[in-house]
Design a protein around this ligand. Sequence first.
Ligand code: SAM
Ligand code: SF4
Length: 331
Amino acid sequence: MKQQMLDRFGRIHTNLRISVTDVCNFRCIYCMPEDMTFMPDAALMTFDEILHLADIFVALGVNKIRITGGEPLVRPEVPTLIRRLMQVEGLKDISLTTNGIGLINQAQALYDAGLRRINVSLDTLNEEKFEQMTRRKVLSRVLQGLKTAHDCGFNPIKVNAVAMRGFTDDEIVDLATFARQNDYQLRFIEFMPLDADDVWGRNMYIPGKEIIEKINAVYPLKSVALNGESKSDTAQRYRFSDNGNEVGVIPSVSEPFCENCNRVRLTADGKFRTCLFSLTETDLLTPLREGASDAVITALILDAVAQKEAGHKINAADFIKPERNMSRIGG
Ligand code: SAM
Ligand code: SF4
């Protein structure tokens, strides 16, 4: 029988996020400090190494890969990587998460490489707040990047907004209006304790339920039932009653969805993580570089999955924040 990444809680893992760099051209306050030290280039997986590990993961049942970072589009030649991943047999779905600014120049090349699904992070439509959130004054270029991607034919385009108390509250409906008007699928992500500056606090996230209530009061929503593979979706999904567009929330803090988790992660330096909040990780790149066989790498992966945590402990008294912040894990 084909091997699969089955953990002791019966969860089968089919979804892999691969970070291609920890470098980023933004400094979002919920993710990175202003003065970040990045990994040396030699520590990053090469495209050949990423492809090699992707093959091993696909043999273990992975059928979805999301490319992320840091900001993936600051790494040269990402369209080439996408083109090569498209050829991996057994992979049903490849997507990419970006802060959007690189789409102005790279959307067409990514589309031509075969990519169809992208997630663009956009937390606010207000220039001043954008600068406060990202420490960069480039909102108009992100909006231009989104439009370029739309014009290329990307579908769906998901817009991810981190919902932070005091920042996002008065923009929830405006962001929904923006997404409705432009055919983007909007997702609000509850702010999680993965920031580098330790700004997270229990009063700093906006519960998904509150977000949905605010939108529903202006644009009535219908809940989208999750079944089959979509049960492991991180998002609670809704549809606007008057147009088919979707909006959703990712309530990682207020309503964790760990029991249906099917995701694992590979950091840019080739460390395998079974949870965003893992306190341990398994080095796959060093053995790969030392010539370990696929069987050895497979055993390392299966061993780590067998020990996957039941869930994150954000809401528990003994929660310990991982050493890596979000940009060094790959969100
Ligand atoms: N740079 C790309 C981007 O921003 O889309 C990809 C990497 S980023 C780490 C991936 C996602 O993680 C983004 O949607 C970002 O908003 C989200 N994120 C970062 N830090 C977060 C935090 N502390 N809580 C919740 N989401 C976070
Ligand atoms: Fe960069 Fe994305 Fe982190 Fe913002 S969330 S600092 S864009 S990696």
